[in-house]
Design a protein around this ligand. Structure first.
Ligand SMILES: *Cc1c(COP(=O)(O)O)cnc(C)c1O
Length: 417
């Protein structure tokens, strides 16, 4: 493996400040100093009353979702991340994606392609009945749509609809800082606001948030769950589930040192210079692909370049996994590891077991934070350019074995000859 773009999750390089925090973490079982530091940081940045550390994002989902969802209910999102969808289904409910149409056309350059389709959201709530909609999830940035941002206006409108029908709203905030950077860069009225002010306003338009801190927390492990209202009736259930699954509620499966490093990383993630460098890496790699005529979800999003494998490999149908085919070819070409965000990841319908067809077939080049240099980005572009030259000779893959849930983490494939 030469360059590892499998994920930007937990693959971040921590700063010297964060490593200093690792050495000064307080390992008291209950009420550790490091817990209070994390709580104060989250209250300051997000403005929420109750803060629950957990060991990673899916742990927040496992603790929270069964309190709101059960069989016969649905959850609606601008787009569910794969583990988030899985936890909706494990709670017995069904997951519905409701992203704006622009997200489905990678070559259409529109701002805020991660947005919720608010008209469709309202229609779905009315159709199912508000009492059947256990949860609305706003994923920022919209990972599965290509790390695409959600606008402040869209956050505001989505929250208004949820309040109108009394449906709880959860922000899935793994990349909250990158989203805030895009709002500052592209949305009218935010140019002169600080990232922290923008984050505060973003989170004011939700009732709760669940977050993998392995992304914009710039740590290697960690997650956070929060409710705006410290006295929310949910808090009792969150504490009980946390104690059962994660650990006592003042550490939630993390060591004190992990919470210390996370409290520092959250502040580093909202620094202007850091975000400019971070998004700048994506813009640079995307510009190399523009020059080579290689399509990707455009404009480029926050945490990676999502190459449009369906456009590069039009002869490979969705059920032979063009996104996964290109990921494997990149590895063979240059030792670059990436992954599929398409039909291979989407999996089978939980009721009929039939292969679902994704709206798009991406090969995701996720860029870890503060790890790679511009020279690495050049190698990645060169490898893709080489593959493009022989794209029409590539063949798809078939699955020879798959587990029932989240199959793409474990399945075996073979090339179709
Ligand atoms: C990574 C991620 C999760 C799950 O978090 P883990 O820390 O990997 O368990 C949930 N939602 C989104 C949007 C993510 O990117």
């Amino acid at each position: 493996m030469y360059i590892d773009l499998l994920t930007d999750s937990g693959t971040n390089a921590m700063s010297s400040e964060q490593w200093g925090g690792i050495l000064s973490g307080d390992e008291a079982y209950a009420g550790a100093r490091s817990y209070y530091r994390l709580q104060d940081t989250c209250r300051d940045i997000f403005g929420y009353g109750y803060i629950q550390p957990v060991h990673q994002g899916r742990a927040a989902e496992k603790v929270l979702f069964p309190l709101l969802l059960q069989k016969g209910m649905v959850a609606i999102s601008n787009m569910f991340f794969d583990t988030t969808r899985a936890h909706v289904e494990l709670a017995g409910a069904r997951a519905i994606d409701c992203v704006v149409d622009a997200a489905k056309s990678p070559s259409i350059r529109a701002p805020f392609k991660g947005n919720m389709d608010v008209a469709k959201l309202e229609q779905l709530i009315v159709e199912y009945g508000p009492e059947k909609v256990g949860l609305v999830v706003m994923t920022i940035t919209n990972n599965s749509a290509g790390g695409q941002p959600v606008s402040m206006q869209n956050l505001r409108e989505t929250y208004a609809i949820c309040q109108k029908y009394n449906v709880p709203l959860d922000i899935d905030g793994a990349r909250f800082a990158e989203n805030a950077y895009f709002i500052k860069r592209d949305e009218a009225g935010y140019t002169n606001k600080s990232i922290k002010e923008i984050v505060g306003e973003m989170f004011s338009y939700s009732d709760m948030f669940s977050m993998s801190a392995k992304k914009d927390g710039i740590v290697n492990i960690g997650g956070i769950l929060g409710t705006k209202d410290a006295n929310s009736p949910l808090v009792t259930g969150i504490k009980a589930n946390c104690i059962s699954y994660e650990g006592f509620y003042t550490y939630g499966g993390l060591a004190g040192r992990d919470m210390e490093a996370l409290a520092i990383g959250l502040y580093e993630a909202i620094e202007d210079d850091y975000l400019k460098y971070r998004i700048g890496q994506m813009e640079y790699l995307a510009s190399l692909l523009d020059d080579a005529g290689i399509a990707y979800q455009a404009p480029v999003g926050g945490h990676g370049v999502f190459v449009d494998a369906a456009a590069l490999l039009p002869h490979i149908p969705y059920y032979e996994y063009p996104g996964q085919t290109l990921a494997l070819e990149l590895y063979l070409e240059a030792g670059i590891r990436s992954c599929d965000i398409g039909s291979y990841m989407l999996g089978n319908d939980p009721d009929t077991r039939k292969q679902l067809r994704s709206e798009f077939e991406f090969t995701r080049l996720a860029i870890p934070r503060r790890v790679y240099t511009q020279a690495h980005l050049d190698v990645i572009a060169d490898a893709l350019i080489e593959i493009k030259k022989r794209a029409n000779t590539l063949r798809g893959y078939r699955i020879t074995w798959e587990p029932p849930v989240l199959r793409h983490f474990q399945a075996s494939l073979e090339p179709i000859r």
